[in-house]
Ligand binder design. Structure first.
Ligand SMILES: [Zn+2]
Ligand SMILES: [Zn+2]
Length: 837
């Protein structure tokens, strides 16, 4: 510190080396924070609790990359900002260390994950500490810690006791290389997302959670939780509610029908006799209005009725087709363009027309969706049209519409539909369902695209599912006092091609007495999905010191639900949906007093490199260590935040970083100039106005996670202060407080240099005088396609990009833009903006 000089550079010119030595300062402050517990939140008595949660990382062997650091820094700035606003801020971090990523990597490098993971975690923790995050390390957790997964198992058992966990034999995607089940979204064009092997279909007994029971609530709550629209839309689509009807098509065996014709087809047979001959095929449709156009039915090859329906002369062909379909994975079957199928030889009666229509099987119909059977309306469905064309099946239009068939619009009126002709589709749909309902042939129904959550994994690296199978008692839960069921150390943890978890090979572990009758039982050998580990971790952080309860009720009441949650949009669906479901179930069980874990969620953007997403295969992953060493954490944090809007991300380039460093050098000099006693004269009016505008802008932008523009505003302010030679205490102190979330060590150092004894984290966020701040404002007229839709108040001289950005946040403008891309913008400086969409 003694080397600091007070040379004043000519105003506006680049400063000479200022004496700012990030390495020394950051080391000093990090040690002090640790010693003083600066980053520890007072969980028992803190005022205005604020839980600033960041999605926890998977501790890869490569260590933290800049994408992680970008996200964590964004959350850290937000947490620090809230602290300066008077909140007690809790910013915990942990590690999502179970799962196939870790296990596959361990297999690849030939090190046991139990040895590998602690090493990776140590490396992550070291990097995170170096980056200066305000993490309360006392509450660190790892999902692989028995103290943690004891409670993951407990959550499973709670759901099991309530009937929300059940076992079922089901078709699954199986990767023959990774030797495990894959979720549909892990299958890309028929291949495993991880290893590229072609995926197969298998039937396995698995554990499922009844998330579908919660579909309606998961959907309804999206209307009030404060999440970005794109995330909500992703969840809505995933849940995929559709309103429609289940319609019954009666099947009659042709021979029986021929026989019946002699005895009673003309009315002599009783209804009972007729239904004895009949089998019902139930189909779900969202378009009951088109039932008169259903000219054939298609069943999934696995449909349980196929055997009974198939006629003798079609049997060989049907069996061959079913065998071939069984080899395919579920995803390929859904998206396959080429339509294949086989006629079963059976006919069913269209309940609307009374006509017999042929029953086919085809692999594009899946047992997992709806009823495993569809009514095909080739005139008004593209897929059915292709199929009917390929197999020369009849096509019967029932909706009057412009254009060539198939027409899929619901805007027309019915035709060829008996008494319903001329009615608009939607109205007709309701009436047709009512009419069929009166004949016992339809029921209105809601369906969801969402499936129950399969939580079984036939792998090693996860929490064992706490169930013991007993020949006498069936599946018996492991009693709570016996938790955790520890994952045994198994030297050879490779998965098994038979679909049995490696845990089955550990005999001493595998055999266990039945908790109910004491007879020898067998442990469940599947481990649970890593998404279960992460579906409740936020409940654990405030209560990590308790081993006799998963979370402490008073702590939970004070700290939860999470105040703000920040994470990647790649988790918009699974992780966020599973966490919401688990929380709802726990609420019903009386374990938590709220049903939504994350009332406010924001997705951060991605950092790309050379125009592409960072990935190991592209070789463009940037590890932050070298940058932290060369530039220091503060410069690097601000540089990352300056790359682009936090919620959009940016392109990582090396050039920009010197600009940030020069900015900090300038502030360093200003602060040292300001060390003397405050001058009696007030700030020059231009500086005072700019200061209030800057406080206003940095406050709003930081609150809105617009960190890049907040930094730009501070830079402008510093340039003006230097131009005016106004580097006094009044000008610099508020700036240091605003900088504290962004460059925490730097702000601490200068705050102390200005004579403050308390840490800058205990300072108060500066307030601004609205009148002064508004002095430089202009009002801009906002138009969409030439029509006035709103007005925007912004500082004079704002750039077109800034005005467009603000305009797109205006509710009325958004309404008229309505999600369409802006094709052109016309901007008249300080007066008018017209968006052409
Ligand atoms: Zn694979
Ligand atoms: Zn038993």
């Amino acid at each position: 510190m003694t080397e600091v000089t007070h040379r004043t550079p000519p105003s506006g010119a680049a400063p000479e080396p200022s004496g700012y030595d990030p390495a020394a300062i950051e080391r000093k402050w990090q040690a002090r924070w640790e010693e003083r517990g600066t980053n520890n939140a007072d969980l028992a008595g803190g005022v205005r609790p604020f839980y600033a949660l960041m999605m926890f990382p998977y501790p890869s062997a490569e260590g933290l990359h800049v994408g992680n650091l970008f996200a964590f820094t964004g959350n850290d700035i937000y947490g620090r900002f809230q602290r300066l606003q008077g909140h007690t801020v809790f910013e915990p971090l942990g590690f999502d260390a179970f799962g196939i990523h870790s296990e596959n990597y361990a297999l690849k490098v030939g090190v046991h994950p139990a040895q590998l993971i602690p090493r990776n975690v140590d490396n992550f923790r070291r990097q995170l500490k170096r980056a200066g995050l305000m993490i309360d390390w006392r509450h660190e957790l790892s999902t692989t810690d028995p103290r943690y997964y004891k409670w993951t198992q407990w959550v499973f058992l709670e759901l099991f006791k309530r009937g929300l966990a059940y076992r079922k034999r089901a078709a699954v995607n199986w990767c023959p290389n990774d030797k495990t089940v894959l979720a549909n979204e892990q299958v890309i064009a028929g291949a495993c997302e991880r290893c590229g092997a072609m995926v197969e279909q298998r039937f396995l007994e698995q554990w499922f959670f009844r998330i579908t029971d919660y579909a309606e609530r998961l959907l309804a709550n999206l209307d009030w939780i404060d999440w970005s629209e794109s995330t909500k839309t992703a969840q809505r689509n995933w849940i995929g509610r559709s309103d429609g009807a289940e319609i019954i098509f009666r099947v009659q065996d042709l021979l029986e029908m021929a026989g019946a014709a002699t005895v009673g087809w003309n009315g002599m047979a009783t209804t009972a006799e007729m239904s004895a001959l009949a089998t019902d095929i139930r189909v779900f449709t969202t378009r009951p209005d088109t039932v008169f156009g259903a000219t054939y039915l298609v069943l999934a090859p696995e449909h349980p009725l196929v055997d009974a329906l198939t006629s003798d002369d079609q049997r060989d062909e049907v069996n061959a087709y079913r065998a071939a379909a069984a080899k395919q994975d579920i995803v390929t079957r859904k998206v396959n363009k080429e339509k294949t199928g086989v006629f079963t030889g059976a006919y069913a009666v269209n309940p609307a027309t009374g006509q017999p229509i042929p029953v086919w099987i085809a692999d594009y119909v899946l047992m997992e969706y709806g009823t495993g059977a569809i009514m095909a309306v080739p005139a008004h469905d593209r897929r059915d049209f292709e199929f009917a064309t390929a197999f020369k099946l009849p096509i019967r239009p029932v909706v009057r519409a412009e254009g060539p068939l198939p027409t899929v619009s619901e805007d027309g009126a019915l035709m060829n539909s008996g008494e319903f002709d001329g009615l608009p589709c939607r109205d007709a749909g309701r009436r047709i369902v009512a009419w069929l309902l009166s004949k016992g042939l339809a029921t209105p129904q809601v369906q969801y695209r969402l499936h129950d959550w399969c939580i079984s994994r036939q792998r090693y690296w996860g929490p064992p599912i706490p169930i013991i199978y007993c020949d006498g008692c069936g599946p018996v839960p492991v009693p709570e006092q016996d938790l955790p069921v520890e994952l045994p150390f198994i030297e050879d943890f490779r998965p098994d091609a038979a679909g049995v978890s490696p845990l089955a090979r550990h005999k001493e572990w595998y055999f266990a007495p039945c908790p109910q009758c004491g007879a020898q039982g067998r442990r469940e050998t599947d481990v649970s999905d890593t998404f279960l580990d992460s579906a409740w971790y936020f409940l654990r952080y405030p209560s990590t010191e308790f081993d006799d309860r998963p979370w402490d009720p008073p702590r939970t009441k004070t700290w939860l639900p999470v105040t703000t949650y920040i994470g990647g949009n790649e988790h918009a669906v699974l992780h966020l949906l599973y966490s919401r479901f688990i929380t709802m179930a726990l609420q019903e069980l009386g374990h938590v007093p709220f049903e939504e874990p994350f009332p406010k969620f924001r997705a951060h953007g991605l950092i790309i490199k050379d125009g592409a997403k960072m990935s190991k295969s592209r070789g463009n992953v940037v590890i932050p260590d070298a940058y932290l060493q060369k530039w220091g954490a503060d410069t690097f944090r601000m540089y990352l935040m300056f790359l682009g809007p936090f919620q959009e991300g940016g392109d990582f380039r090396d050039e920009g970083i010197t600009g940030i460093r020069r900015f900090l050098d300038k502030v360093w000099q200003l602060a040292h100039e300001a060390r003397g006693p405050a001058p009696s004269s007030a700030l020059p009016p231009a500086v005072a106005r700019k200061l209030h505008q800057t406080i206003r802008k940095v406050t709003t932008d930081t609150e809105g996670l617009d960190y890049n523009t907040a930094i730009a505003a501070m830079m402008e302010y510093v340039n003006l202060v230097r131009e005016q030679g106004a580097g006094t205490r009044d000008a610099v102190e508020p700036l240091l407080v605003m900088l504290a979330p962004y460059a925490p060590h730097f702000a601490e150092e200068l705050w102390a240099a200005l004579g403050h004894e308390q840490s800058v984290v205990s300072a108060s966020w500066p307030s601004y005088d609205e009148r002064l701040a508004a002095a430089g404002d202009v009002e801009i007229v906002l138009q969409v396609n030439g029509k006035v839709r709103g007005r925007l108040t912004i500082s004079r001289g704002a750039t077109e990009a800034q005005v467009v950005e603000q305009a797109l946040k205006d509710e009325s403008v958004r309404k008229f833009v309505d999600g369409q891309p802006v094709r052109k913008t016309i901007y008249v400086q300080d007066r008018l903006l017209n968006l052409v969409v």
